[in-house]
Design a protein around this ligand. Structure first.
Ligand code: GLA
Length: 736
């Protein structure tokens, strides 16, 4: 007791200022932020509207995203809870920051305030730039929203400028934030793994933060795609419910956070992952974030997908919407074991089957270390003359003479442990001092943050194009993620690595496109590990998955179709038992599934029976007759394969004169139920369509060969093909 009394007395004495200890008057100078007249900035497309409010204190907030309101200025007096459009760490903000800057003096506070804005309109696209700055440090941020009118897509990204002399550290630098009002939000996102990409996951978002992300460096989309759909309400279906879909156009580490804050509203923040990437922004330098794409639809998931697909065909995919050739790829038919006559035999068969291109996959290169397995040779991109003594130009002209285009595989970002390149340029390998160089598929990643490596990688593409006149197609592969990241080039600025790897990749791709605007490029990464709108700016299509099994492809292609269009989705018919899943499926089902995207074959045609060859010829021919609708039409998903025993969907041409319907039976059906009725969608109700089932002698639908009006076919009872058996499938072409 005595000790406590003494302690209290001492504390009281310390609290009472003596003359000598009297505090100086507390003076804190504050930078004045002049107030401004509030206003509403509308970013609009035909059927959607994003309203941003400028408050009197110059904060820029999100007021609304969704269905357009006729008079946005009514929001001027609205006093609801505001969410900043691009919240920075600092001031009174305490949530997930879009921007977090560490300044040279060690401080972390940024408060972005409105400076001005401008709108520039070009055909079909209106670009709104909102200039903001931090009044204390002078840091400038431009929020850029590009509204694609007809496609109902808004692309949002940010420019961050450091006008000062000293470098600042960007700890977080998201592309954009979206604020959604509501009580319930159902999130759909896409997870997976190798040969198991794009699996659909659905969950109600509760309070707190749900994150989808990748820290794989390369192969960023293998385990989670940087895209999603979220409902404004408890539910959404293919045809109903308000849905917001988003996708980040970036091929590296990403982070999309869904934060239900204490108000219960949802803030979606998407951008480059800040993981190990506090980006140093030098004085006078600027940083541009990748685009976050947003779309809203009041017509459920179907409407949101169609918006993204249209945008992708018109703007998002290199050469988007153009019909890409059918092909035979050598991989699953020959793997590493081939010689010239194996390949010329495949070319002959491809031509005979009516395919349009032959693609020579892995295994054609390496002189000192011939590429006869996946253990060697990446980096040594000269043709293997013992395997193909006649040379690549011989094969290319052999294909061209038979009316086929010619394509070839490269994996330019990689180096095998056993290769001349690894011997000559060990410093180009992604590595961290003193740490093990972990191999994956016996290979390492080249450091694309290094400009010399960028030149080398560009050179691989360039030299491959010179191997033969008129190479038509390059399959660009990338078969491993990055471990123990680090760059010998970046010295003590390793924070730049993940970002500059992707920037280096894009800079190579840009150079390629300047020199080779016409060559078709497939983006592949152990299958679908680089399916994103960042890479698609430079690539005509993506390899959807190494899993070519038609049963597995049901789920993979269903989810892929949520965000990405069929024109970019490569889908191949392969042998059975399937090399990945072991499943045995009918050849017809394999063709019908591949026909839902860019159809190809990936097997040894010599192993097909004469009956199988006849069916193949027929399927390829019929595909060439309707693929214009697959490539350029609107997608309507008729069933959800997660909930239904069927997977059915259709493409409808923009003018609604032609459609193709696909239906797959996933589980054996009770015969007593008769045919299964599907309500077709997207047709012109009053137009008469002739319905023709493809590639069969006797049809599974009673109305085959007859004409019916669109409203009849969309009624939900009339179109009832009989598909009883597991893996039975059908394709119908509708012409009106
Ligand atoms: C990856 C690709 C395949 C094939 C092989 C070749 O796995 O996804 O399609 O090209 O590499 O090694």
């Amino acid at each position: 007791m005595k000790r406590i009394t003494i302690l209290l007395a001492a504390l009281l004495a310390a609290a009472v200022p003596t003359e000598a200890r009297k505090a100086k008057k507390f003076v804190h100078e504050t930078v004045e932020i002049p107030s401004v007249e509030p206003q509403v900035i509308a970013v609009e497309t035909e059927n959607t509207q994003l309203l941003l409010g400028v408050l009197g204190n110059r904060q820029v907030v999100i007021r609304h995203y969704g269905q357009p309101v006729a008079n946005p200025s009514q929001f001027l007096e609205f006093n609801g809870v505001a969410a900043e459009a691009y919240p920075a760490a600092g001031g009174t903000f305490m949530g997930e920051p879009a921007l977090h800057v560490k300044y040279a003096d060690g401080t972390h506070n940024t408060e972005l305030r409105y400076v001005g804005h401008k709108v520039e309109s070009a055909s079909g696209v209106a670009k709104t730039t909102i200039q903001m700055k931090d009044y204390v440090t002078g840091l400038q941020v431009n929020l850029i929203y590009e509204a694609y009118r007809k496609e109902n897509v808004i692309s949002a990204h940010t420019e961050i400028l450091n006008p000062g002399k000293k470098a600042v550290g960007l700890e977080n630098y998201a592309s954009a934030l979206m604020r959604l009002e509501g009580d319930d939000f159902l999130l759909t996102h896409f997870h997976g793994g190798w040969a198991y990409e794009m699996q659909t996951s659905r969950e109600m978002l509760d309070f707190g933060t749900k994150v989808i992300e990748s820290r794989r460096g390369t192969q960023a989309t293998q385990t989670e795609n940087p895209s999603f759909m979220v409902s404004l309400g408890k539910e959404f279906s293919e045809t109903s419910g308000a849905v917001v879909a988003g996708a980040l156009a970036w091929s590296g580490n990403f982070r999309i956070a869904f934060e239900r804050d204490e108000t219960g509203r949802l803030n979606i923040l998407g951008g480059i992952s800040p993981f190990a990437s506090a980006y140093p922004l030098a004085g006078g330098a600027s940083f541009e974030t990748p685009a976050m794409l947003w779309t809203y639809s009041a017509e459920g998931a179907g409407g949101a997908s169609r918006n993204l697909h249209r945008w992708a065909r018109n703007y998002g995919i290199y050469g988007g919407g153009a019909v890409n050739p059918t092909l035979l790829n050598s991989w699953e038919g020959a793997y590493f074991t081939f010689n010239t006559s194996t390949l010329t035999g495949m070319i002959d068969d491809a031509a005979a089957m009516g395919l349009e291109m032959f693609v020579l996959d892995d295994g054609w290169f390496g002189e000192k270390y011939p590429r006869n397995s996946d253990r060697t040779s990446l980096g040594d991109w000269e043709p293997n003359t013992s395997k193909i003594p006649e040379g690549i130009d011989y094969l290319a002209s052999y294909a061209h003479e038979r009316g086929l285009k010619f394509g070839i595989w490269i994996e330019p970002e990689m180096v095998s442990g056993v290769s001349v390149l690894a011997e000559t340029h060990p410093e180009w390998v992604v590595q961290s001092p003193g740490r093990q160089l972990y191999e994956a598929r016996w290979q390492w990643v080249l450091d694309l943050s290094n400009p010399d490596v960028q030149d080398f990688v560009f050179g691989i593409f360039d030299r491959t194009m010179q191997l033969a006149p008129g190479i038509d197609y390059i399959k660009w592969d990338c078969n491993r993620p990055i471990y123990s990241f680090g760059s010998t080039y970046l010295g003590n600025e390793q924070d730049r690595f993940y970002v500059e790897y992707v920037q280096g990749l894009y800079s190579v791709m840009r150079r390629i496109r300047e020199k080779y605007p016409k060559v078709l490029v497939q983006c592949c990464s152990s299958g679908g590990a680089r399916v994103d709108y960042g890479a698609m700016k430079y690539c005509n299509e993506f390899w959807t998955s190494d899993n070519t099994d038609a049963i597995s492809r049901v789920r993979i292609q269903y989810a892929t179709s949520m965000i990405y269009p069929a024109c970019a989705m490569a889908s191949h018919v392969s042998a059975v038992p399937n090399h990945q899943s072991g499943n045995i499926t009918p050849l017809k089902m394999r063709f019908d599934m591949a026909a839902a995207g860019r159809l190809g074959m990936e097997l040894q045609p010599k192993n097909l029976t004469p009956e199988e060859r006849a069916l193949a010829d027929r399927c390829i021919k019929s595909y060439r007759g309707f693929r214009d609708v697959v490539f350029g039409g609107d997608l309507y998903r008729l069933t959800d394969p997660y909930d239904s025993d069927y997977y059915a969907f259709m493409y409808v041409s923009e003018d609604k004169s032609k459609a193709v319907v696909f239906a797959f039976c996933l589980r054996y059906q009770n015969r007593a139920t008769g045919g299964h009725p599907f309500a077709l969608q997207g047709l012109d109700p009053s137009r008469s369509y002739k319905v023709t089932e493809q590639n069969v002698d006797s049809s599974c639908w009673w109305g085959n060969g007859k004409s019916f009006t669109g409203d009849f076919l969309m009624s939900g009872s009339a179109f009832n093909p009989v598909l009883h058996q597991t893996n039975a499938s059908a394709i119908f072409v509708l012409e009106g």
